[in-house]
Design a protein around this ligand. Structure first.
Ligand code: SF4
Length: 242
């Protein structure tokens, strides 16, 4: 297969900077529509989380089509699933609630996976601290440990919660040879669309503010949960799917 070279990707990103304009309405329409449904507060929250993540993924596709970029990330390649994934407590609660909505069989398999994961990696996990600052040094030393994400099926190299995978997993993309991920602890050639985080979290925050004024934020403690950040691995410790 013939891959693009890094300079071509840089040029296309430059074109994107000139062409692409984020449409905030796409994010805020999600919460406006959910606010007016008959769902319970928790159902609205989980739906907003899932739908906003989907908006993020769709936006990345829009950008890729705009400048003809094709990701070379593929099923079975999971080098990025060894990076530290940091999310806030609200997102962790949403992920757990979304997993609780999985069909029984899938939930059972996932719980079995979690139980075995925390047993297998007990020692490595005991050395992990709460995250203070996710800078490049932290990412580098974490990735070198080769501790897989708690959601990763390491036999098939696939994410066990793919449709609800959090923001960092969606916004990190490779457009050149997959070898850069295989051969480097921290490949410099990958692209991050993390600027989309602002709209995603902005919309979630606005929704929570609205619910707070209505005096029912459901499972979320607002605003505290938005400020408490930790590794996904730590958030999922002890999880019991119902
Ligand atoms: S949540 Fe899924 S996609 Fe994200 S790092 Fe974990 S296994 Fe990989």
């Amino acid at each position: 297969m013939c891959y693009m070279d890094y300079q071509e990707v840089i040029d296309k990103c430059q074109q994107l900077n000139e062409k692409y304009q984020i449409e905030e309405e796409k994010f805020y329409t999600v919460i406006d529509q959910l606010a007016n449904t008959d769902l319970t507060t928790d159902q609205k929250l989980v739906a907003s989380y899932q739908q906003l993540l989907q908006v993020v993924s769709n936006e990345i596709i829009v950008m890729e089509e705009m400048v003809d970029l094709q990701p070379t990330c593929q099923m079975g390649c999971a080098f990025c699933c060894y990076f530290p994934i940091v999310i806030n407590e609200m997102e962790a609660k949403m992920m757990k609630a979304a997993m609780n909505q999985f069909p029984e069989e899938r939930k059972h398999a996932l719980q079995k996976h979690f139980d075995s994961y925390y047993k297998t990696y007990k020692e490595q996990l005991s050395e992990l601290d709460t995250v203070e600052d996710v800078n490049d040094d932290f990412k580098y030393s974490y990735k070198k440990k080769m501790l897989p994400c708690v959601m990763l099926d390491t036999e098939e190299n696939k994410c066990l919660a793919y449709e609800i995978r959090p923001m960092p997993c969606r916004t990190y993309v490779n457009y050149i040879t997959p070898k850069v991920c295989e051969e480097n602890v921290m490949p410099k050639e990958t692209i991050s669309y993390e600027f989309l985080y602002q709209e995603y979290m902005g919309a979630l925050n606005e929704f929570l503010q609205y619910l707070y004024e209505e005096e029912d934020t459901g499972m979320v403690t607002y605003p505290d949960d938005l400020y408490r950040e930790d590794l996904l691995i730590n958030w999922m410790k002890g999880v019991q799917l119902r």
